[in-house]
Every structure is written in C-alpha cells, then in structure tokens.
Design a protein. Structure first.
Length: 377
C-alpha cells in the first residue's frame, strides 16, 4: 500500500497535522467524531507526504506521487460514498433504466479514469481514506480501479426507483437518478493506521492564547503573490448551436482547408474576450515560452495567428500528438466534437503563469470556464 511505503517521519507529520485539525473540531461541530474538511485533508496529505496536489484539476485523482494517483476521501459513519457525478451528461442517459443505465454510467466512469491516468502520466490509482470515529482517526487504503462492465449485474433486492444497485464482482455501486451521482460501498479497504484525537473542549480560548501581540509580529520584506491564471475554452459557443468544436479549427485545425496538414495539428483558442481579461498574461505573439503539461512534460509553445487568437506548441503537432493520440487515444483524422469532450469530462484549460516565459496548463472539468469567470450557464 502507498501509505506503508512513505518515510516514517512523513507519516508522523501527517498524523500530527491531522490530529491538530481534529482537536479543533468543536469550532465546527458538536460530533464526538473528529472534524476534517476534505480540502484541508487534501492539502495536509500533499504537504506531509510530499505529493502533488491535483484537486484543483477536478479529475479522478486528488493527488499524485511518481506515477501513482491517489483518490483522497474522508468521512464519518456510512461507507457508502460518492465517487462521481454525471449531471452534465443526463441528456445522454435520462431515457435509460436498469442494466442499460448502469452500463452507460460505468462507461462514463471508466473514461474519466482513463483520461486522468493519461493526462497525468499515471500507471495506477489507489484510494486513501481518513475515516473518523469517536475520538480517533483511521487511515485506510484500497484499490481504485475501473468498473468491470462485462461482469455487471443488478442487485435488485436492495434497489428502488431512485437508486439502482449493481456489482461488477469486485465492488458494489449504486447510481442515484435524482442526484445524477454514482456511489460505491467502500467495504474493501485495508486498515493501515489508527491514532487518538482528543477534541479540545474550548478551542476558542486555545486559539486566543496562541495569538501574538502586535509588537511580536515582524514585518515581511515581500508578500508572496498568487500566480496569475487564465481559463480558456476548448470549444466555441453560439446562440444557435450552443457549445461546439469547429470542424476545421481549434482541436480540429488539422482538418482546415489550404495546405496539407499533419493529423496532429491543433491549437487552443484564445479569443478576444479572453485576451482582454489579462492583456499581458502571455508574452507577445511568436515569443517562445515553456509549457508544462499535467504529466510533467515540458514543451515549447507560443501565441500565434492573426490577432494572437491561438495558443500552439512549437512545432504545432507536438501538443496534438500528446492530447489527441496519447490522452484521448483517437485515431488520426477523427473529428473532435463537443459530445466527445463531454464523454472525456473536460472542456476547458487553465493556464498558470509560473514565471516569465514559464507556464503550466491543466485540463479542467465540464463547466469550469463558466465557474472561473462567474458566467451564468
């Protein structure tokens, strides 16, 4: 298991930090089980166990270390937990029921896992769970695998009109129609560690006593600034057609008219409305910069085309070879459609400016562009 292989000092720091957070539970809850918000868990895990935080990428894994992806979860009580939501794909399965419904959901689930592994260069995935019980935290781990669609069978005795239960012979799942959510029963986890958490009765007084007086606070010479980010769509939008991918532009630039083109040619659209959000975010047109892909690969890229309306790799086919062939695994000369992006679970990218001429890109879940800019859908 992943946790057992980590350095002892890292595991101790991890438990110590979780303990500190849990001791403050009465700030948030009156439950006798320690409180732990999932975002805090993600950050503590990555900091103490020296993993890369993927939670902001909204993919199937919350963290990675080496070529292992980790799904992080924390809960109290019932081991029947949410693993994926599919509300944006409801139009594709709203007329399905029973075995046809769960097989369709399983296909979407497996596709998201596959895309996550390809995007981030992962060989395998595991679940790492902090389960909170009265006065203690437990650390458990288990396999994070795809659903075996060929062996799916319904569990009709425990289902109802809203929840369809099924098994693939390895795990038990159920799909909630009203919530458009897939749940899994985590009854397969291995208990690896357990430690006491003594909840402080009055955390408010404790925190007040830790405050420094103003004269004890030393001024800093420079405040750390947040890195600039910009979100771009992998699709176009019109009132008549809604969201669509142009057949001869963007991800399908290879299909454009004119000169013969390499089947891997593509670009990420950089329209005027986004260029005006942060005018100096990217360097001037045709100025090379480093672009760090989610799997750690660094490729050369630049802003191109008239009016600087495209982000391309240099050479142009480099990004397309990685995205279209290695990640999406599409045959050459396959037209990318928005339906495909929905199936893959991504339709936008977020660029981060790390330093001058050094950028990172993350491929983000459906609807990220609207959320990023607070645009009504």
């Amino acid at each position: 298991m992943f946790y057992d292989l980590q350095p002892i000092i890292n595991k101790q720091n991890y438990k110590n930090m979780l303990t500190v957070i849990g001791q403050l539970s009465n700030l948030f809850s009156e439950n006798d089980c320690p409180y732990l918000v999932y975002r805090a868990h993600e950050n503590i895990f990555c900091k103490c166990l020296e993993a890369e935080n993927l939670a902001r990428s909204d993919c199937s894994a919350d963290a990675k270390k080496g070529r292992i992806g980790i799904g992080l979860k924390t809960w109290i009580g019932n081991d029947d937990q949410k693993v994926a939501e599919f509300g944006r794909l409801k139009k594709n399965y709203s007329n399905l029921t029973g075995i046809e419904l769960v097989k369709q959901i399983a296909e979407y689930r497996n596709e998201r896992i596959r895309i996550t592994k390809k995007l981030h260069g992962l060989d395998s995935l595991i679940y790492h769970v902090v389960k909170r019980v009265p006065g203690k935290m437990q650390i458990l781990e288990g396999v994070f695998d795809e659903i075996d669609i060929e062996n799916i069978r319904l569990l009709e005795k425990i289902g109802n009109d809203n929840n369809t239960y099924f098994t693939d012979g390895r795990h038990t799942y159920h799909f909630s129609v009203s919530k458009n959510t897939l749940f899994m029963i985590f009854d397969f986890l291995e208990l690896l560690d357990v430690f006491d958490v003594n909840i402080v009765e009055d955390p408010y007084t404790l925190l007040m006593n830790t405050l420094h007086s103003p004269e004890d606070i030393q001024p800093t010479t420079q405040l750390q600034q947040s890195k600039a980010k910009i979100c771009l769509r992998l699709y176009s939008f019109s009132k008549n057609h809604g969201k669509f991918v142009g057949a001869k532009s963007g991800l399908n630039q290879w299909n454009a008219s004119g000169r013969p083109r390499n089947p891997n040619e593509l670009y990420i659209p950089y329209p005027k409305e986004d260029r005006e959000r942060l005018p100096d975010f990217f360097p001037p047109r045709d100025t090379p910069f480093n672009l760090r892909l989610p799997d750690g690969t660094v490729i050369p890229a630049k802003v191109c085309q008239q009016d600087s309306k495209a982000i391309m790799s240099n050479p142009n086919k480099l990004l397309g070879k990685w995205l279209l062939r290695d990640v999406f695994e599409l045959p050459e000369r396959t037209i990318v459609t928005y339906d495909m992006l929905e199936k893959f679970g991504i339709d936008s990218v977020i660029f981060t400016k790390n330093a001058d001429l050094d950028y990172s890109v993350e491929f983000s879940e459906l609807g990220t562009y609207e959320k990023f800019y607070n645009i009504p859908e």
